[in-house]
Design a binder for this molecule. Structure first.
Ligand SMILES: Nc1ncnc2c1ncn2[C@@H]1O[C@H](COP(=O)(O)OP(=O)(O)OP(=O)(O)O)[C@@H](O)[C@H]1O
Ligand SMILES: [Mg+2]
Length: 333
């Protein structure tokens, strides 16, 4: 059973002006987990994230990090920030040094590490996010996606156990989203790093997270696997979010009598729909796809799956020819 790395107990937070931004938050994040907090604008995501690394202190309740109640004294805060690396919603809030390498070096230098170790960490971290070669650039001259990657490198250089990223993909183009999410996925897989992101991009979250929390008006109104969450349209509506497009389409087909289960990704939905069409139409469609749009299919499925599919198709064709011959023979007899 994986260890609990972050746990909040009845955590609530009021801003000084009286705004009640978090109410009775109880959540647990396990070691090596990829978690997502989803919620609409103003739901409380950034407020919650600021609690994960001690920027904000709960008004009531508490947060435990690696089994210890957070301490807000100087040493306690240093310990929290070494354990939990936070990437802010806006990279301009995070990057302030004249060059990229100085920015990434800032955290490890503050830890008092020797120069060689700092240099090594800067190099490794920039490489992990594909930003090596930009060491001497000014952070404010970088594009939004590049800034985001440098901000991630700055946190990586601290070697935290847990990374929390507030809306890591906002403002990025599809390629930028894929790059950042791949970096996070690899950190999780290669270093067993626990990663928590916030977002309202349900498509991205579905692909990335193993556990999702739905935050609405400062409260967690639902938690579970992506399947649990998106098979519950009422909660999604209440939280002012959308179903992933693939799930919404399958819900509609199901409501109209087609025999399909609700899947969350386009890839799974594609196969579900083909199967739902029935064996005969499915094979007809596969033939059509083979003859008319195999280039498109090749791109979508990837070479290996495409050939696997063609092979299945060919086998099916052979089998049905054999069956036909047997039937013809029997009829002849
Ligand atoms: N410094 C502050 N003082 C008072 N109220 C605040 C402050 N910061 C945030 N709030 C309020 O707290 C609530 C939660 O805000 P928060 O920024 O955590 O939401 P969010 O889910 O991150 O939204 P977004 O998707 O827009 O980033 C909102 O009602 C907001 O107006
Ligand atoms: Mg926010």
């Amino acid at each position: 059973m994986a260890r609990v790395v972050i746990k909040t107990e009845n955590m609530s937070f009021h801003y000084p002006d009286g705004t009640s931004a978090l109410r009775d938050i109880n959540l647990e994040i396990l070691e090596g987990e990829r978690a997502a907090i989803i919620g609409s604008n103003g739901a409380g995501k950034s407020t919650l994230f600021s609690h994960f690394n001690g920027i904000l202190r709960p008004t009531t309740g508490q947060i435990m990090i690696n089994g210890e109640a957070a301490s807000y004294k100087k040493e306690g805060l240093i310990k929290i920030r070494q354990t939990v690396g936070m990437v802010f919603q806006n990279p301009d809030d995070q990057l302030f040094s004249p060059t990229v390498e100085e920015d990434v070096a800032f955290g490890p230098m503050n830890l008092g590490l020797p120069d060689e170790e700092v240099e090594k960490r800067v190099e490794e971290s920039l490489e992990a996010v594909g930003m090596n070669g930009s060491e001497k650039k000014a952070p404010h001259h970088l594009s939004g996606g590049q800034k985001k990657r440098v901000a991630i490198a700055g946190i990586l250089a601290m070697k935290p156990d847990i990374m929390v990223l507030d809306e890591p993909t906002t403002g990025l183009d599809p390629h930028g989203v894929e790059q950042v999410m791949n970096i996070l996925y690899n950190l999780n897989q290669d270093r067993n790093m626990s990663i928590i992101i916030s977002s309202h991009d349900v498509e991205m979250v579905t692909e990335f997270a193993t556990k999702i929390f739905v935050l609405h008006e400062g409260q967690i109104i639902h938690q579970g696997t992506p399947e649990d969450i998106f098979n519950n349209p009422e909660t999604i509506k209440k939280a002012r979010l959308k179903q992933p497009t693939a799930a919404a389409l399958l819900h509609r087909l199901k409501a109209n009598g087609m025999s399909v289960g609700v899947k969350l990704t386009v890839e799974e939905a594609y196969h579900e729909i083909l199967h739902g069409m029935g064996e005969e139409s499915y094979h007809k469609l596969l033939h059509m796809v083979k003859d008319q749009c195999h280039h498109k299919l090749l791109h979508t499925l990837g070479k290996e799956k495409y050939h696997e599919m063609l092979h299945i198709l060919e086998e099916e064709r052979k089998n049905s020819l054999i069956e036909k011959r047997i039937r013809d023979k029997q009829a002849y007899k």
